[in-house]
Design a protein around this ligand. Structure first.
Ligand code: ADE
Ligand code: ZN
Length: 318
């Protein structure tokens, strides 16, 4: 079997980052929005970036086409169809509700559309709304309060968007409320931020997983903390190349993470923008980085172990 297609869980994918140019064209037609071009290939060719912020600007702009429950349904259905072909049996999917409610889209439409598509898929799916760093910690706490009436639609919270200038500790109150509500907790840290930011997140947010975490490797003590606690990292190799977190795949720290004894999983992050779904990430690790089939199998098994799902459910996916 192609090791890239091994049964796996995807633990770090933003549903807004699965918005392919073909669906952009369809949504623009649906909502009568003018695009610079209606050619998906030209839209795809414009998706290149110099850093995280240059990506986020395009990502939030395109996500403004998501307006109705049907739009969110269609987005999730398309992702899950593609993920299923990648061997994904379980997906824990991030969303950015503040970006939608801030434009007047009701939470019912966001959660309702995503959950309806998830319920119709053979992939096991749970949702993880993220706090948007660029809106600040007060907005995060307020957002969580508005999400709680939709508690049956999500299993945890995350933290994403602009990392530089928005260190994690300020989000401690929102994470404390999430913990009190029995929600799982993860956060994007150490993508463009530092190993000190990773230590701060471990100290203040009570996170069970670390999203990206590349720069944790800059400090042996932070690495030791992650290893000793068994905190899984959701690593996104093609994303890191597209956003210039690493110079190229051969310079990716994933092999060093494995050598350091960290729990590592492989994920696509924003596959419609970064040139590949999770199977493409596995393939790149094999063909460019030189990981063995045994290492790819270890990564696939780790993805189930790092899942927030109940252990009894996990056993059915392998
Ligand atoms: N939102 C979507 N993708 C992201 C990433 N890679 N980092 C931070 N925020 C994001
Ligand atoms: Zn991400």
């Amino acid at each position: 079997m192609d090791a890239a297609l091994l049964p796996k869980a995807e633990l770090h994918v933003h549903v807004e980052g699965t918005l392919e140019p073909e669906l952009v064209v369809e949504l623009a037609r649906r909502h009568r929005v003018a695009l610079p071009t209606a050619d998906p290939e030209l839209l795809r060719a414009a998706r290149h970036f110099t850093d995280l912020q240059s990506f986020l600007d395009q990502y939030y702009d395109a996500a403004e086409l998501l307006r109705t429950e049907q739009d969110f349904h269609d987005l999730m259905a398309a992702y899950l169809a593609r993920a299923e072909r990648a061997g994904v049996r379980r997906a824990e999917v991030f969303l950015d509700p503040q970006h939608h409610t801030g434009r007047g889209v009701p939470l019912e439409a966001v959660f309702g559309g995503l959950s309806a598509a998830a319920a119709a898929s053979p992939v096991s799916v749970d949702l993880i709304p993220c706090f948007l760093r660029h809106l600040g910690p007060d907005a995060a706490l307020e957002a969580l309060r508005t999400w709680l009436p939709y508690r049956e639609h999500f299993i945890g919270v995350g933290l994403d968007s602009t990392e530089i200038g928005n260190p994690p500790a300020a989000y401690a109150p929102a994470y404390a409320l999430a913990a009190a509500e029995g929600l799982h907790r993860t956060a994007h840290v150490g993508e463009e931020g530092t190993s000190a930011d990773v230590a701060e997140a471990l100290d203040t947010l009570g996170i069970e997983r670390l999203d990206h975490g590349n720069h944790a490797l800059d400090d042996v003590e932070v690495v030791a903390r992650l290893r000793d606690a068994g905190t899984p990292l959701t690593v996104c190799p093609l994303s890191n190349v597209a956003l210039r977190v690493v110079d190229d795949l051969t310079a990716h720290p994933l092999p060093a993470m494995l050598d350091a004894g960290l729990v590592v999983t492989v994920n696509s992050d924003d596959p419609a923008y970064f040139g590949g779904y999770v199977d493409d990430n596995f393939r790149a690790l094999r063909d460019v980085v030189g990981l063995t089939d045994a290492q790819l199998t270890q990564l696939a098994i780790a993805s189930f172990d790092a899942s927030f799902a109940e252990p009894a459910a996990r056993a059915t996916w392998r």
